[in-house]
Design a protein around this ligand. Structure first.
Ligand code: SF4
Length: 331
């Protein structure tokens, strides 16, 4: 295993869906085989939008369950909740905030976008989000960070913080490098954009959803709008039919070839085609569901406690090195 430390945050947004899983999560989890990986559930970051405390607690556990069910191995990687090392992260965030110019943070496009979207809730946490993110990474001396294109700007801020900090206090932190996620956009069942948790529940399929629910949702999925009757040939292409587009992610190539021929020859109806899509999705989700059901609250608690201990150990080592470097006496 490489000695390089990979750090990645997981949003505490509750149950995940197949769009999250096949879109990014699967690839991120595979990285545990290659690096010394730290995965944390970002519950402190979630506070910028003021979630309900009960919901937040529940969501953290749901997300943890999902990640374990899809294969995150708490023995191979360090899996913890961000708030379980809150003291170290908050302390480092304070030190890092002293080297980061406010103007740069306020010019950050993601901040501007959020401020525009929520003009009545422009809190400090939103401006300082990239500094807290830098603290999450640097608290473990993280050098590799899986990021989507949209987060590159935050990583660039973290790199700037490192350069300024190291210039003032010596070579304390490595400059984190991006590991670009090969993110895949799984289309929404409604045919509008990609699957997203912020859209209606009918637009996505949760990892925990059962066979019946999958069938019901897929039955209502948007398909080829030009095909009204079964005797009409359809357009089984990524652009022509949303259901076919979904088949390309979940159905085998040989089965897809049969669908194309049958759709173009008008020997298969959309109802049957959707039924086969729901079956393909169900086959993939069944083992995840089964594993999820086996994860008890006690096991979850033990895993997160184990992760907390390991994360704390690593964080405390770094924070004492930082305190020393910046000249704090800590009497
Ligand atoms: S049969 Fe399938 S691929 Fe063809 S139009 Fe209907 S849903 Fe789309």
């Amino acid at each position: 295993m490489s000695k390089e430390r990979l750090v990645t945050g997981i949003r505490a947004t509750g149950n995940l869906h197949i769009g999250n899983y096949y879109g990014a999560m699967k690839g991120i989890i595979e990285l545990q085989e290659k690096y010394h990986a730290y995965y944390f559930i970002a519950d402190i970051h979630a506070l910028t939008t003021h979630p309900n405390p009960k919901d937040l607690k529940k969501k953290v556990l749901e997300v943890a369950k999902d990640y374990l069910a899809v294969g995150l191995d708490p023995e191979k990687s360090i899996f913890y909740v961000q708030s379980s090392i809150a003291e170290e992260v908050a302390e480092l965030h304070t030190y890092l905030s002293m080297v980061m110019p406010l103007g740069d943070l306020m010019r950050c496009p993601t901040f501007k976008e959020k401020a525009k979207k929520h003009p009545d809730n422009i809190n400090y946490g939103l401006v300082g989000y990239p500094v807290l993110m830098a603290a999450d990474i640097l608290i473990h001396q993280g050098s590799l960070i899986p990021v989507g294109e949209d987060q590159l700007v935050h990583l660039e801020i973290a790199r700037k913080i490192v350069r300024r900090f190291n210039q003032l206090y010596g070579e304390i932190f490595p400059e984190p490098q991006p590991v670009i996620e090969n993110a895949v956009r799984i289309p929404s069942l409604t045919g509008k954009g990609k699957m997203s948790k912020s859209d209606e529940t009918a637009s996505y399929i949760g990892l925990e959803e059962d066979t019946l629910m999958i069938e019901r949702k897929v039955k209502k999925a948007y398909s080829d709008p030009t095909r009204i009757y079964k005797h009409q040939p359809g357009h089984p292409t990524v652009e022509g039919c949303n259901v076919y587009h979904l088949h390309t992610f979940f159905t085998s190539e040989s089965e897809r070839k049969e669908i194309i021929a049958a759709c173009q020859g008008a020997t298969i109806g959309c109802v049957q085609c959707k039924k086969s899509l729901s079956e393909s999705i169900d086959v993939l989700l069944q083992p995840i569901r089964e594993k999820r059901e086996q994860i008890s609250e006690d096991y979850l608690h033990d895993v997160l406690l184990y992760g907390k201990r390991k994360a704390k150990e690593s964080a405390q080592e770094v924070i004492s090195e930082v305190r020393k470097a910046i000249g704090l006496r800590m009497i």
